[in-house]
Design a binder for this molecule. Structure first.
Ligand code: GLN
Length: 496
């Protein structure tokens, strides 16, 4: 314990909770230590905003609460938020110039709930502009770097969250996943991530990208740590009409249940492997790492069965019609009149709109607004948008057929390890790399990425686990069992 206390950045959320409760460490000491690391690793580009003074004051207040006997579940635990969650105490940019200098008058529900649970926010994390991207290279505030190899991307769009957690700048961070933005950066950066069922976490106060897909979740170093944050941030919110009406869940407590056979905790679990998730084009290093993790699940008692998700390939065109369609509508609010950037050059109202949006949005956001406007326009709506909606339903039905045979679906998160910064210059190629994360997003199902060793160049590989609706506890349980038996999730990037 002593050596870990000298390096508290090595402790995850669960271990920190114990150390803080036992007063082996104060939140103020911990926060000071992590703030110094954030400064020292500034070049990773993980944070867009850090308010050291406020974080330290909050940590001291948490220590004072503890001295008075308060035992809030995350009391004094440092975290950070993807910069698409609005925060009253810190600026919110969504990685866009459009929102430079924007100050929200309120906190997103997820932010408020984590604060109520006692967590201390150290700041706001870099992300792709309006969460559109797979590499964090679409941020108007510069790229974030992968701590495993700074010449490579950390994944996206929650790239800052992934880089910060992997580099041990914070033990856990929030993220959002519309088409893979928690699972893919978690996989690329060697950490654990969970995107819950659509509706489990409130979208109130999340800058909207594609409202029927957007869902908040956690990036942390273990399934147990994800469970601790998810318990605090999830639950019904009357301010989000799509929020699920369910009683609060204690995902972390569920992990403590003792299996009948300790050596085979996954005994009886049927894990479905969709054959479409193991195509010929899958990089051999990714396939090998995923197969090794699957063999481990088998050793722990699970049986592996073949299943099929026949419309996996179609999820790319379906997603890249529906998500831009919704984005083009959501982003119409950035008009230079209400809030956000306003151009200095205009003669009339149309000019104001045009110049504001031309200056405020980056290339990828403009591309999606154009695609979205096109597929929703008269004459194309039936041909594209309506067809995509029909296929979306069929994709969701395919999953339900699989869940008749298995409880969990497993496969890779991404077809390759993290690529080099600047390497991916064709947007369509980047879209194609989302193939394994999009199906669960379109169906609204929960998904996780769990570290599964490394592939080429020593870069991390993620095992994806997909569950049926509201089966987060089972997914976390499978990941936890794997992490009790293996140490892929413990290895830090070299030098961290
Ligand atoms: N990579 C996908 C996209 O660019 C997913 C993004 C996300 O989940 N926010 O849209």
């Amino acid at each position: 314990m002593t050596s870990d206390l000298a390096h508290p950045e090595r402790l995850g959320v669960a271990a920190l909770r114990r150390a803080l409760a036992a007063r082996e460490l104060s939140s103020a000491e911990l926060v000071k230590h992590l703030l110094a690391r954030i400064t020292a690793h500034h070049e990773l580009g993980a944070f867009l905003h850090v308010d050291a003074e406020r974080a330290l004051a909050a940590a001291q207040a948490a220590d004072a609460r503890r001295a008075r006997g308060d035992a809030a579940p995350l009391l004094g635990v440092p975290i950070a938020h993807k910069d698409v969650f609005v925060t009253a105490d810190a600026p919110t940019t969504a990685g866009s110039k459009m929102l430079a200098g924007y100050a929200s008058p309120f906190d997103a529900t997820v932010v408020a709930r984590l604060a109520d649970a006692g967590a201390i926010s150290l700041g706001k994390l870099n992300c792709d502009e309006f969460a559109m991207g797979s590499a964090n290279e679409n941020s108007a505030y510069g790229a974030a770097h992968n701590p495993w190899d700074r010449a490579r991307v950390p994944g996206g769009s929650s790239g800052g969250s992934a880089a910060a957690v992997a580099a041990r700048l914070v033990p856990a961070a929030t993220g959002t996943d519309t088409g893979g933005s928690i699972r893919q950066p978690a996989a690329f950066s060697g950490i654990t991530g969970i995107k819950p069922t659509y509706g489990v976490c409130s979208r109130y106060g999340i800058i909207a990208f594609a409202s029927s897909l957007d869902q908040a979740g956690v990036l942390a170093r273990s399934a147990e740590d994800c469970a601790l944050l998810l318990s605090a941030m999830s639950g019904h919110d009357p301010r989000d009409a799509t929020s699920a009406q369910r009683p609060p869940q204690d995902y972390a407590a569920a992990l403590q249940a003792k299996p009948a056979d300790a050596a085979r905790p996954l005994q009886g679990l049927r894990v479905g492997l969709p054959r479409e998730f193991f195509p010929d084009g899958l990089a051999p290093d990714v396939a090998a790492a995923v197969r090794a993790a699957l063999a481990e699940l088998q050793r722990l008692g699970a049986s592996l069965i073949d299943v099929s998700l026949p419309r996996t390939e179609l999820s790319i065109p379906v997603y890249y019609i529906i998500a831009p369609a919704e984005a083009s509508s959501n982003l119409s609010r950035y008009d230079g009149v209400r809030y956000g950037h306003r151009t200095a050059r205009y003669d009339d109202l149309l000019d104001l709109y045009r110049n504001t949006r031309a200056e405020g949005f980056g290339a990828e956001v403009k591309r999606r607004i154009m695609i979205g406007t096109y597929v929703l326009s008269h004459g194309y709506y039936d041909a594209y948008y309506l067809q995509a909606q029909k296929l979306r339903r069929m994709i969701a039905d395919d999953f339900q057929r699989c869940f008749g045979d298995c409880a969990v679906i497993a496969g890779p998160v991404a077809p390759s390890v993290a690529w080099k910064l600047g390497e991916q210059d064709d947007p369509v190629k980047a879209y194609l790399a989302d193939i394994f994360t999009l199906p669960a997003s379109l169906a609204g199902l929960p998904g996780m990425s769990v570290p599964a060793g490394s592939g080429e160049h020593g870069m991390p590989v993620g095992l994806q686990l997909i569950g049926n609706y509201f089966d987060e506890a089972r997914l976390l349980g499978v990941a936890h069992a794997l992490q009790q038996a293996t140490d892929w999730h413990v290895a830090p990037p070299p030098g961290f």
